[in-house]
Write a protein that binds this ligand. Sequence first.
Ligand code: B12
Ligand code: SF4
Ligand code: SF4
Length: 246
Amino acid sequence: MQATPKPAAPQAARHPTLAQSVCNNLASLGLLLRGGFRPTATDTLPALPNGQAARTLLMVGNAGPDMWRAFSGSREAADGEPHPLNRWTRRHVDAIAQAAGGVALYPFDATPAWPFQRWAARAEPVYPSPLGLLIHPQYGLWHAYRAAILVAPDLQLPAPAPSTSPCTTCADQPCLSTCPVEAFGTSGYDVPACASHLALPAGQDCLGGGCLARRACPVGEDYAQTSAQNGFHMQAFFKAVSGAAA
Ligand code: B12
Ligand code: SF4
Ligand code: SF4
């Protein structure tokens, strides 16, 4: 049986009780507190339920298999209704945010989308990869963001320690030579080319087991998602980009 990789240590905060309690509640769901930062007025965030301004934004995410294990046994995973992972996340993270006197924002339901990737780069050491996904030195491309929690206190989380992107020392860049339809080029990610391939018999490896370009990256292999999780996300992505009800 595959050992669960040790997650990166959450950043120390100067309000340890609130940060630790959020961290513990997230851990019971296989989710990680992935750092945070003090927002500025230009972030134009909503006020908290009591009218106060948020002085810390906490990033919530997943890496490795823990979240998938927790979600797989949930009622949302079994009820056959649309967007099970988003509904499971909202049910639990809304409660965690409320217990902290805060409010949760999500990457999946705002128009325009909240800039989760830009926020992530302010919270922890992540870097743009040639695929557009952010790469983490430990998790590689095998991580995502599920929510942000706004809270009133300034938790004074430390800025991410200086580090470098794993991509800068990756001579072969296998992520760029693996996609069968060369969807990653100088002009970004060719979503229609990818979606067309997924509709073909030749695209079933990507659709069922995950993006071949993402799987080609050697960084963070211990955190790679299972085929079941990759297939779940790819099916949701394919439904969204092919216009079917996701
Ligand atoms: C729209 C969207 C998509 C669209 C279009 C993506 C695209 N590349 O064109 C579609 C549906 C195709 C898509 C697909 C997927 N997505 Co998507 N997507 C989003 C979403 C909802 C909004 C992105 C957006 O418009 N942001 C608005 C701008 C203003 O936000 P921003 O943070 O400031 O913008 C930064 C990014 O745009 C980034 N960026 C985007 N593309 C590129 C390309 C390059 C080369 C670089 C350097 C940077 C870069 O740079 C900006 C400045 O920092 C985000 C969630 C979110 N709310 O952010 C997820 C998100 C980006 N997606 C994510 C994922 C995981 C995927 C999938 C892999 C899902 C899957 N099947 O498993 C696929 C495949 C993507 C791929 N192979 O690249 C993750 C990325 C996590 C990470 N490690 O970075 C996010 C953050 C969602 C999450 N829950 O974590 N996605
Ligand atoms: S294969 Fe290399 S260049 Fe591509 S994302 Fe991984 S580390 Fe970066
Ligand atoms: S899912 Fe397959 S076709 Fe789409 S970008 Fe990844 S490797 Fe290319």
